[in-house]
Design a protein around this ligand. Structure first.
Ligand code: ZN
Length: 296
């Protein structure tokens, strides 16, 4: 099954021990060392010249100097803009009782909330909810991009959790999305960035999450109301998208707030989140510094 030399192959990249690594089945390859310094040790150096990086990564023999797999960290710690999309799966809109939006509902997750695939999520209250999401990573500066051209501006995908504190979110007369989704630890990301070439159909990926052993959400990204190319197109019509920027594309049905009875995260639980073909987050839930065990 030889690949044409000009064909772009999938690249899987992450951060381990603070350094950018190429990832294969059983090894990490330190990017700075393997490239003799052509690329640096941080993801910024990869995003500075994404096309060159992908070309280089496809030509590297990953067996040349394998290093043991270290614990993977947040693969995109350099994100400057983090967009979130609310109400973007039909079944989630249904469970929430909201009307179907005619344009994407956009908020931000402030980047200080981003953490790695195995980091703890500290609870600020007893009303913290899960939202598994496919996360788009921008690879090139994008401004006024058409839907049909959008994939060229995408570096790849990773898995994310749009952790949400529901009291702050719905406390006032208007929803408070950005703040309620930006507490420390509220943006677990990883375990790696995978280029879109990896997927047979990049518009139809299976995703889900489980609390301990109980599956809470299961869906496919083909159920997105506004799909990935349209989100890039619509966002880039307003904001200049920068390499390393993230788009949390929305969550399917099965969050805790719309269950009967309602369910929320509790200290001691483990939240597992996945997108098939990318990998899995496993985040322990812990009590945050202001957490009150019995509020009611
Ligand atoms: Zn969300």
């Amino acid at each position: 099954m030889g690949q044409e030399p000009s064909e772009v192959l999938a690249v899987r990249v992450g951060v381990a021990d603070g350094r950018l690594v190429l990832i294969s089945e059983d090894a990490n390859l330190d990017v700075e060392r393997a490239s003799n310094g052509r690329f640096g040790s941080t993801p910024e150096s990869m995003f500075d010249s994404w096309d060159e990086f992908v070309d280089w990564a496809n030509g590297v023999d990953i067996d040349e100097e394998p290093a043991p797999l270290e614990k993977l960290e947040n693969p995109v710690p350099c994100a400057r803009q983090v967009f979130g999309v609310g109400a973007n799966y039909r079944d989630h809109i249904e469970e929430s009782g909201a009307e179907v939006p005619t344009a994407p509902l956009i908020f931000t997750k402030f980047p200080s909330c981003l953490v790695g695939p195995q980091d703890e999520i500290p609870l600020p209250s007893r009303k913290v909810d899960w939202e598994v999401e496919l996360v788009v990573v921008i690879g090139r500066r994008a401004e006024h991009i058409d839907d049909g051209d959008a994939w060229r501006f995408i570096a790849g995908f990773t898995v994310g959790q749009d952790i949400s504190e529901r009291v702050l979110q719905f406390a006032g007369p208007f929803p408070q999305f950005s703040l309620s989704k930006s507490f420390p630890g509220f943006g677990p990301l990883g375990p790696m960035l995978v280029t879109v070439d990896e997927f047979e159909d990049a518009n139809d990926l299976e995703l889900g999450c489980a609390l301990d052993t109980i599956v809470k959400q299961e869906s496919r990204t083909s159920n997105l109301l506004f799909g990935v190319p349209e989100l890039v197109s619509r966002l880039s019509a307003t904001c200049i998208l920068l390499p390393g920027d993230l788009i949390f594309t929305g969550t399917p049905a099965g969050v805790g707030a719309f269950r009967s009875p309602r369910q929320f995260l509790q200290p001691g639980q483990t939240l597992t989140s996945w997108v098939r073909g990318i990998g899995e987050l496993r985040n322990p839930i812990v009590a945050g510094p202001k957490y009150v065990a019995k509020q009611f």
